[in-house]
Design a protein around this ligand. Structure first.
Ligand code: ADP
Ligand code: ASP
Ligand code: MG
Length: 404
């Protein structure tokens, strides 16, 4: 008997038919003699809908109350899936994070799981129940609801799989696996049979939302192999696991993009020690993650500092930047929401010079201006005008022969 954790995303539980499909799939696997723990997301679109409700009543809704609201989305899915399972003759019980005991720190909307209590889940499994757990949510020390960040149900599933020492962790979604690029942008993208944790980490952190970044971090840390596959068919998906570049000879394994970024520029500030430290410690104190940073060459003792943040944080980042204009004697703060980050990823880059040049050349040939650049050991990222993202991803995908 194996213990299997399966996670179903929003599109997999979007309506009654889909929920019943999932229930059938789960019961079928249970009937083959397995213990099943199922993690589900809110129905597709529900979390956005709830966020819109919050913004409808308050300009800056209280983060604690936002989590109270968002947690209801996943609660819809667990209850419906348990009902559908029972209707199909199965035994299933739904549990919220509070009922399970999924503890997190108290950072609302970006909480990290600190501890999972297994008592209730194990008791229910012993009774032969399919245990259906609400993804994305946790409870903090005060027993207040928290959420793990958008896409966080993947992380709930991996954390449960690690804590339960599960034999398998399957992530069911609306694509057949991890592709060389987002198949919605690149129709001839190819599915990977396998991808390493490190490459998947890089892809996820650079915008490939097929897996939540924290889920991949946990999977790597606790060595939980993930099988990413579709809930719409029986095709084998992509296995994410340890090891080096598995597709030998391939320098680049994927192109990732992120259109949800904003660029802020603090123009003409004093080019002297301590200025950058001040700006970025203020942003950090406001819990804003800064991604890329570029400082222009100083001229006449003045320089510009540009940085990118997630679009969700752009309003607050702009406020922080504006609050510093006077102390920094800066000229202005400029904001550009029409930006995108396009990246190439592959461990093969470590040993192959010339990859960056090839990337920049491809963008140049396509008349795409690069506004910012950053690199890691296994990736190169560029910030480009937002409307060119599709063109850039497609051009890079074929330049690095990922369609072959
Ligand atoms: P779920 O609701 O099941 O968690 P998500 O929408 O979070 O699903 O993630 C699946 C989506 O990720 C796909 O529909 C696809 O558009 C997108 N995606 C982005 N990059 C990739 C990639 N490299 N491979 C597969 N899917 C990707
Ligand atoms: N429902 C949450 C979201 O839309 C979590 C998830 O889908 O993983 O972000
Ligand atoms: Mg997701």
């Amino acid at each position: 008997m194996a213990l299997i954790v399966q996670k179903y995303g929003g599109t997999s539980v979007a309506d009654a038919t889909r929920v019943r499909d999932v229930a059938e799939r789960v019961l079928y696997t249970q009937q083959k003699g397995n213990q099943m723990v199922i993690v589900v997301s809110a129905p597709a679109g529900k979390t956005d809908e709830l966020l819109a409700l919050a913004r409808g009543v308050a300009k800056h809704p209280n983060p604690r109350e936002v989590d109270m609201l968002l947690a209801t989305g996943e609660q819809i899915s667990i209850a419906l899936l348990a009902m559908a399972s029972a209707d199909l003759g199965g035994k299933a019980i739904s549990l919220t994070a509070a009922q399970v005991g999924i503890k997190t720190d108290g950072t609302h909307q970006k909480a990290k799981i600190t501890e999972i209590s297994l008592k209730r889940i194990k008791e229910e499994l012993e009774k032969g129940q399919v245990v259906i757990v609400a993804g994305f949510q946790g409870i903090d020390e005060k027993h207040d609801y928290t959420t793990l960040g958008r896409g966080g149900s993947d992380t709930s599933a991996v954390a449960l799989a690690a804590a339960l020492n599960a034999d398998m962790c399957e992530i069911y979604t609306d694509v057949d696996g991890v592709y060389t690029a987002d198949p919605r942008l690149v129709p001839n993208a190819k599915k990977h049979d396998e991808i390493s944790y490190d490459e998947m980490l890089e892809m996820a952190s650079l915008g490939a939302k097929v897996l939540h970044l924290r889920a991949v971090e946990l999977a790597k840390k606790y060595n939980v192999p993930l099988h990413v596959r579709s809930s719409f068919n029986e095709n084998p998906g992509t296995v994410v696991k340890g090891g080096e570049n598995m597709e030998q000879g391939r320098i680049v394994v994927g192109v990732a993009h992120n259109s949800k970024i904003s660029k802020l520029t603090i123009a003409r500030i004093a080019d002297k020690p301590g200025v950058a430290a001040m700006i970025f410690s203020k942003l950090a104190a406001a819990d804003i993650n800064v991604d890329m940073i570029v400082q222009s060459a100083g001229k006449d003792g003045l320089a510009d500092i540009s940085f990118t943040v997630s679009k969700d944080d752009a309003d607050r980042a702009e406020e922080v930047a504006r609050s510093m204009v006077e102390v920094l004697s800066a000229e202005s703060v400029e904001r550009d929401d029409n930006q995108a980050k396009v990246s190439i990823v592959g461990t093969g880059m470590l040993t192959n010079p010339g990859v960056a040049a090839a990337m920049f050349e491809t963008l140049a040939q396509n008349n795409i201006n690069i506004e910012m650049i950053s690199t890691s050991d296994i990736s190169i990222s560029t910030v480009i005008p937002g409307e060119l993202v599709e063109k850039a991803v497609q051009a890079l995908h074929s330049a690095f022969e990922l369609d072959k």
